[in-house]
Design a protein. Structure first.
Length: 375
């Protein structure tokens, strides 16, 4: 019996499913409301095709909950990027009006034609990290907005303005020294006190989220934190965004996803490479943070590598990009090793005996030196 692929176009209020056979012919469609019984309704409808699989558009976004429900029920579910479904609609020879049934059918066709689509699995520690990494990112944006607002108000109260970098204790000292004389100055001072309270609240929330992330990273027993410059926040960001590292067969694929692999724009005999603007920018930012940390510490292997690139005639930006690619490879190798340890631990049921200190080869690759050798 041929396999049937069921494509789903998810929305906040409803989900549209279309089943197609191996020849891309539609076999049926169903629209269900987004409710507590959405997965049960879809599973009951899909039982008419014993051999079936699911393809959900944006299974990490709008389709996340439904994808997790189907995967938890033991179904085979793959994640289809919206741009892939859009290409199917664009290249369709028949009518390709954009509506929910056509979108769901395009998602199913992508699953039929494509190989290597990421399979949806049940949540693990990476999903927990993703929740708190997203929370921290939102709080950081809120803090930046509050700091800018406070900076603008203080510039209207303090002669000569105020330094760009501002913290809650600094602002409190400045506000205590002010003596408003007019109604406008009094209003601005009161506004500054209100913004300062909001800033302190967000700072406290950021501190608590940082503690949560540190505890989650420690419980995951990842070796990423052994890499110099990779703290709990950077490690959690990398793990949360990467998910299953096995979806990247090589370090080059992972570097392309992170945007740290240069893009070749050669023409004829001229070999030219330029900076990649592609890839996941959050992952790229996390690796950038690790690279800057290594450069700032003069006795790190990363700083030595950076200085060698400068001595070879590279510009500071080119040397930084080379270091980011080097760190990307180290991060990929560490995540592959962690995944192998987890798989071995699961299959054998033996205690996890991963090393507590990295070998010298990994230290040279940019990892943090063992405790006894740290300056």
């Amino acid at each position: 019996m041929s396999t049937v692929v069921i494509g789903i176009d998810p929305h906040k209020a409803s989900h549209t499913a279309v089943a197609v056979d191996e020849h891309e012919h539609p076999l049926g469609q169903l629209r269900v409301r987004a409710s507590a019984v959405q997965a049960e309704q879809l599973l009951d409808w899909a039982r008419q095709w014993p051999q079936h699989s699911w393809a959900i558009e944006n299974a990490s976004g709008l389709g996340y909950l439904l994808a997790q429900q189907l995967a938890g029920a033991g179904e085979h579910v793959v994640d289809v990027q919206p741009k892939l479904a859009a290409r199917v609609r664009l290249l369709a020879t028949a009518a390709s009006t954009k509506n929910d049934p056509n979108d769901a059918r395009s998602v199913a066709i992508v699953a039929l034609r494509s190989t290597g689509l990421p399979q949806v699995s049940s949540d693990d520690h990476a999903a927990v990290m993703k929740v708190w990494v997203r929370r921290r990112r939102h709080l950081s944006r809120t803090r930046t907005k509050l700091a800018n607002q406070l900076h603008a108000v203080l510039c209207e109260l303090v002669p000569g303005g105020f330094p760009r970098q501002i913290s809650a204790p600094q602002a409190a000292v400045v506000l205590e020294s002010l003596q408003p004389t007019t109604a406008a100055e009094l209003a601005r001072t009161e506004l500054a006190h209100d913004i300062l309270q909001d800033l302190r609240r967000v700072d406290s929330q950021l501190h608590e989220v940082g503690k949560r992330l540190a505890a989650i990273v420690l419980a995951s027993r990842t070796s990423l934190t052994a890499i110099f410059g990779v703290g709990p926040v950077v490690a959690a960001t990398v793990i949360a965004i990467t998910g299953d590292v096995h979806r990247f067969p090589t370090a080059d694929r992972f570097a392309a996803y992170a945007g740290t692999a240069p893009i070749e724009v050669s023409s004829g005999p001229h070999k030219v490479f330029r900076l990649s603007r592609r890839g996941n920018r959050q992952l790229n930012s996390a690796i950038h943070t690790a690279a800057v940390s290594q450069i700032r510490y003069r006795h790190s292997e990363g700083r030595a590598y950076y200085d060698r690139k400068i001595a070879e005639g590279k510009s500071p930006r080119m040397a930084l990009r080379a270091l980011k690619r080097r760190i990307t490879n180290t991060v990929y190798n560490a995540m592959i090793a962690d995944a192998g340890h987890r798989d071995q631990h699961t299959s054998q049921g033996a205690p996890d005996r991963r090393r507590t200190a990295p070998p010298a080869a990994e230290v040279k690759a940019g990892r943090r030196p063992p405790a006894g050798q740290r300056p």
